[in-house]
Design a binder for this molecule. Structure first.
Ligand SMILES: Cc1cc2nc3c(=O)[nH]c(=O)nc-3n(C[C@H](O)[C@H](O)[C@H](O)COP(=O)(O)OP(=O)(O)OC[C@H]3O[C@@H](n4cnc5c(N)ncnc54)[C@H](O)[C@@H]3O)c2cc1C
Length: 433
């Protein structure tokens, strides 16, 4: 949306192709639903963008092999440039034995579930009484938030590879769950790792104080859930019962070693069982390698050679290692360029920056693709593929329809259709009435 916004303001015609019917990506399906101000502000900006005459929205159009359009189809439409801002849709391989057991989830499965992304919204999430969430970032806090305030499970434990000092979440985020902190449990956990903290110069008392001082302005509790932490612990195996359901995590104890200004976790080869009923991995994402863009090690490949007039250009240019060439006119931005990097503001800045690079590229081209010809070709291709794109009028119809269901909200407090078929049927019905 940031790329589209900048380039549309510069007078270019923009075609947005989006897998989801709704716009917004993780701003719609990732950010916690109760962050009404942030989500509302973004939504307003996105609506404003989509009202522009030179912006053409095609929701429900997926790009990739075997999808509505392939990468080559898109490149073949004749647009002057193509920017892939498709986020980081892959999940990082967990790679521990037992990770296919019932009760093992990726964070995205959970956030898509509570944000009602089609395909996820109606899935049952049976997590039992005690859920371990692996990670110490904002996504861990979001998952814990849902488990504590909406699922109201008995216990949530954040499993953290390093120590409390290395936690990555924003202290403000913890307010949603700090009323449920198991303070006694946290104190004894700090006691358990006291000596290991001391070896890297971290004073137990100071660290504990800094950690618990952040538990201020806590939202009033709505459940009896106890929230705790297990530090210096790496999950090695997921242990299952006779029905292939999670019964425990096998963990390895870690110590901390100094590494420059930072620390690293080093496994101590001491293993123990940590009973739990479900495990959620909140350890970041990678891009979707099946899309058909050059890919390596969890990311799409950008130009490693600083070429062109501006050193920034290479950072956003898609690069084909096989031919050793830049993919002419193809760019990457946001989480598609740097998976799981930063909040919405960071992704927006990346989009703005990419738009500058695209502008420079366009200024070197003598003629751009005529928007009408490109759109005609796109419509005709989507027809032959029997795709059902949703335009801005369809989105409006959907919004009106969903508002009329306002009384039927879920535990999160909003109503959203959870199946594409339902959304499409509703749009058709509204259009014809
Ligand atoms: C759980 C979670 C919580 C977060 N909470 C916050 C928060 O509270 N505050 C905050 O500022 N940031 C938050 N973030 C970060 C924020 O969501 C990201 O910074 C931002 O959404 C990244 O934007 P993006 O456009 O690069 O990718 P995305 O938001 O992932 O958008 C990708 C878009 O590409 C489309 N797409 C994907 N694949 C295809 C395909 N094959 N073909 C066509 N279209 C495709 C998707 O439909 C989507 O519209 C959170 C992230 C997560 C994961």
């Amino acid at each position: 949306m940031a790329v589209a916004s900048s380039l549309s303001k510069a007078g270019h015609d923009i075609i947005i192709l989006n897998r989801d019917i709704r716009f917004g990506g993780l701003a719609e399906y990732g950010i916690f639903p109760s962050k009404l101000k942030l989500r509302g502000g973004l939504k307003k900006q996105y609506w404003e963008l989509l009202q522009q005459k030179n912006v053409h929205y095609f929701g429900n159009v997926s790009i990739g092999n075997g999808k509505d359009l392939t990468v080559d189809d898109v490149r073949g439409l004749g647009a002057s440039a193509v920017v892939f801002t498709i986020g980081a849709q892959g999940t990082k391989a967990i790679g521990v034995e037992g990770d296919s057991a019932q009760g093992v989830f990726h964070a995205k499965d959970v956030v898509y579930h509570y944000n009602r992304l089609p395909g996820f919204g109606d899935r049952p999430f049976e997590v039992g009484k005690h859920v371990c969430v692996i990670g110490a970032g904002d996504v861990m806090v979001d998952i814990a938030h849902w488990l504590v305030r909406y699922k109201k499970v008995e216990r949530v434990t954040a499993i953290v590879r390093r120590g409390p000092v290395e936690r990555k979440y924003n202290p403000k985020e913890i307010r949603s769950i700090c009323a449920n902190m198991d303070l006694e449990g946290i104190r004894s956990e700090f006691e358990r790792i006291k000596e290991r903290l001391a070896t890297v110069g971290q004073n137990h008392d100071d660290v504990l104080k800094g950690f618990t001082d952040e538990f201020t302005k806590c939202e009033p509790p709505v459940s009896e859930t106890k929230m705790g932490f297990r530090f210096l612990a790496s999950p090695k195996r997921i242990l299952v019962d006779g029905h292939n359901r999670v019964r425990a995590l096998e963990m390895e104890d870690n110590r901390l070693d100094p590494k420059g200004e930072d620390t690293v976790a080093v496994g101590l080869k001491q293993y123990y069982e940590f009973p739990c009923d479900a495990v959620v991995f909140a350890v970041g994402d990678k891009v979707d390698e099946t899309v058909g863009l050059p890919y390596k090690n969890g990311t799409f490949i950008t130009n490693p050679n600083k070429t062109g007039n501006d050193p920034d250009d290479a950072l956003f240019q898609a690069y084909d290692e096989t031919s050793g060439k830049v993919m002419d006119g193809v760019f990457l931005a946001g989480w598609a360029r740097k998976a799981s990097e930063g909040l919405v503001g960071v992704a927006k800045r990346d989009g703005d920056w990419c738009a500058e690079v695209v502008e420079r590229y366009l200024s070197t081209k003598n003629s751009g693709g005529d928007a009408k010809t490109v759109l005609d070709q796109l419509h005709s291709l989507l027809r032959t593929r029997q795709s059902r794109p949703v335009d801005v009028n369809g989105l409006r119809a959907l919004e009106v329809a969903e508002r009329s269901f306002a009384g039927k909200t879920d535990c999160i407090g909003e109503f959203k259709f959870t199946a594409n078929q339902d959304m499409l049927a509703c749009i058709e019905q509204r259009k014809s009435s």
